[in-house]
Design a protein around this ligand. Structure first.
Ligand code: PLP
Length: 396
């Protein structure tokens, strides 16, 4: 009986096609490369507990109270400083804190999209991003990626085709640093080309950067695309989820003033302010100078695991697949021969005690059936070795 009550947008909601696979990560008999979350071993839990106890006792009028929609002023200052180290020219006035960067995606979708507007997304792309756009009844068009990031010819071709059909492109959604799911890093030259095409075709760009600090090599240039943005087209999104803990729902948007003012009003309607306890904890930790050593620890934690996973792929998959180098982030993305259907083989893999995420759901054009996403975040080294051997038997 509720069908008649649902909004037009609600009829376009898409449940996450990978949630069911993520369930597999909690069975101890299954070696899981299926997770999409950071390892709890990286969370600075003791420090969070100490700071939480202190701010609750000593700063209750802030930590347990409503707060400014923009966010705690000192935290906004810190975020602006952090963004400047990534090349983003901004001050605290340019920052809106959000309840994770996921809320940033939702607020932007809410503020900018009308039903039928086109959002260009990478092939593959982050499912939580596409979910936010589908939830506003947008239409998604995929743009090809290669190992250097978005392919400019594809972006230009898709933009030209969409506009020739009389449709309005509002946004490009991109994750230039160690993308989820592909693990790819976009080159700086490509970032320039993407911005140039955005100007030619007059659309805005969401640059989502939750993985930029998780770097495992020396020569990765993760400077934000926004550092090249002369026209105010880029909305830059960041998050503490991958470097501190995602349970502290703390992300942000850096955007031009006129956009930020609208987003702030959207946020007032959504939740008044992000959790002040979460912000207080993040603020204290950052103010005490603990973020840089924490980031160094997180990098060290993942660097070794990533090395083990890649070495095992080389050992077992050299002739039957290619994969992205995972120089940062949490994932490598594996492409098998054209006739392999990773979705159809999941049950078989689970029966053999190993799990992965099939790549298909990350492609809005229905391609990618022969791909899969693997994370090295969850399992200890020995289980990574055993897991890749099991996976090899699935795709033998
Ligand atoms: C690309 C990307 N964007 C955004 C998010 C959401 O992160 P959070 O809301 O925790 O900041 C994730 C989480 O996995 C992600 O991979």
């Amino acid at each position: 009986m509720y069908e008649a009550f649902f909004s037009h947008d609600a009829t376009n909601f898409r449940p996450s096609a990978i949630r069911e696979f993520a369930k597999l990560i909690n069975d101890p008999n299954i070696i899981s490369f299926a997770g999409g979350v950071p390892s709890p071993e990286t969370f600075p839990a003791e420090r969070i507990a100490e700071i939480a106890a202190r701010v609750i006792r000593e700063r209750r009028a802030v930590a347990l109270q409503y707060g400014p929609t923009r966010g705690l002023p000192r935290l906004c200052e810190f975020i602006a400083t952090l963004c400047r180290t990534r090349g983003v020219d901004c001050t605290a006035d340019d920052v809106l804190t959000t309840t994770g960067s996921q809320q940033a995606l939702d607020l932007i979708a809410h503020t900018l999209l009308d039903p039928g507007d086109v959002v260009l997304v990478e092939l593959p792309t982050y499912i939580g991003g596409s979910a936010s756009f589908f939830a506003r009844s947008a239409e998604l068009e995929g743009v090809a990626q290669d190992d250097d990031g978005i392919v400019p010819e594809s972006l230009r071709e898709v933009a030209t085709r969409v506009r020739a059909a009389g449709r309005r492109i509002k946004l490009l959604y991109t994750i230039p640093n160690f993308q989820n799911p592909s693990g790819r890093l976009m080159t700086q030259q490509r970032r320039d080309q993407v911005l140039q095409i955005a100007a030619e075709h007059d659309f805005l760009v969401i640059e989502d950067d939750p993985y930029g600090e998780l770097v495992y090599v020396d020569d990765a240039d993760t400077t934000a695309m926004k550092s090249r943005d002369r026209e105010g087209r880029v909305l830059y999104l960041g998050s503490f989820s991958k470097v501190l803990a995602p349970g502290l729902r703390c992300g942000w948007i850096v955007a031009p003033p006129a956009l930020l003012a609208k987003l702030e009003i959207a946020k007032q309607a959504a939740d008044l302010c992000s959790a002040m306890l979460d912000q207080s904890i993040v603020d204290e930790l950052c103010h005490a100078g603990e973020l840089p050593p924490q980031i160094a620890k997180v990098r060290d934690f993942y660097r070794g695991k990533r090395g083990v996973l890649i070495a095992e792929l080389e050992r077992h998959f050299a002739t039957r697949a290619t994969w992205t180098p995972a120089d940062g982030g949490l994932f490598t993305f594996v492409t098998l021969h054209d006739d392999v259907d990773t979705g159809a083989l999941v049950a078989d893999a689970v029966a053999r005690g190993v799990a992965y995420i099939p790549g298909g759901p990350f492609f809005v054009d229905g391609s990618g059936r022969n791909t899969m996403r693997l994370t090295f975040a969850k399992e200890p080294d020995e289980r990574i070795r055993e897991g890749i051997a099991r996976l090899a038997s699935v795709f033998a």
